[in-house]
Each structure stands twice: as structure tokens, then as C-alpha cells.
Design a protein around this ligand. Structure first.
Ligand SMILES: C[S@@+](CC[C@H](N)C(=O)[O-])C[C@H]1O[C@@H](n2cnc3c(N)ncnc32)[C@H](O)[C@@H]1O
Length: 125
């Protein structure tokens, strides 16, 4: 019987996929299309897109996967970039989440390659 993937499994699966995109220069190219304004990133993954966005822009990234957030934090540090990563679920934003976004005052929103693991997909509205 097939198993439903969970957050930690997905973080490993997405890391491999994301590194493939990165090795082909996909994130660098995508980030070049984004103006130099404060950017709200939906879903930071392992931070491959975040680190290019953070080069010249303030970035607030939202993500609900603590394992991917951990990988993204390491990746940003290694790249010498910084971004604000906020742990929340896009489908269940609370007052604090809305306040974090409002305080940041984004001028652009990106959501690249959005997807998640089976447990997340089955419980989403
Ligand atoms: C396929 S990955 C893409 C990551 C990144 N945008 C990239 O291109 O490398 C999707 C990301 O969205 C996040 N995500 C999925 N559903 C979410 C939700 N409901 N709330 C917050 N983040 C979510 C996942 O945890 C994951 O980091």
C-alpha cells in the first residue's frame, strides 16, 4: 500500500528537485525578473530562490515546513544573504501572521513551484 508523504520526507524530496533547478540556473533567472522592491515569497523551500531574491531586496518568506525552513536558513547564511522567514500556513493565517505581512509592506509577491507533501494536501481546504 502506498504511504502518504510527510513534512520531513518532503523536505528531502524537494531538496533534490530544487538543487536540480539551481544547477540549471533557474532561480537566478527567475529572480532577475523581479524588481528591486520588498518581496513576499510564498514557500521558501530550501532557500534557493530566497537567496537570489535577497540580493538587493528585503524578503519576507512564508513557509509551513519547519524542515525546509531550517535548510533555507542554512543556505541563506552560506550565501551571505539574509531574509525574514516566518513559519505559518498560508491557508490558516492568524492575526500575528497578517501583522507580520502588514509590517513588512511587500511590493511584490512570488510563489515559485508551489506544492507540498501528502499530509498537507489531504488536510488543505
Ligand atoms: C515545491 S516547494 C517550492 C519552494 C520554492 N518556492 C522554490 O521554488 O524552491 C513549495 C514550498 O511551499 C511550501 N508550502 C506549501 N504549502 C504551504 C502552505 N499551505 N503554507 C505555507 N507554505 C507552504 C512548502 O513547504 C515548500 O517550501
Amino acid at each position: 500500500m502506498d504511504q502518504i508523504s510527510n513534512a520531513v520526507q518532503y523536505s528531502g524530496i524537494w531538496e533534490r528537485e530544487s538543487q536540480s533547478f539551481e544547477s540549471h540556473g533557474v532561480y537566478k533567472q527567475l529572480a532577475q525578473e523581479i524588481p528591486l522592491v520588498p518581496v513576499l515569497e510564498i514557500g521558501c523551500g530550501i532557500g534557493n530562490g530566497t537567496k537570489y531574491l535577497a540580493d538587493g531586496r528585503a524578503v519576507l518568506a512564508l513557509d509551513n515546513n519547519e524542515y525546509l525552513i531550517g535548510k533555507a536558513s542554512v543556505q541563506l547564511k552560506e550565501a551571505g544573504q539574509s531574509a525574514q522567514i516566518h513559519h505559518c500556513d498560508l491557508f490558516e493565517l492568524n492575526d500575528e501572521d497578517y501583522q507580520v505581512i502588514a509590517d513588512f509592506q511587500p511590493k511584490a509577491v512570488v510563489a515559485w513551484f508551489i506544492g507540498s507533501h501528502g499530509e498537507d494536501i489531504l488536510r488543505a481546504p
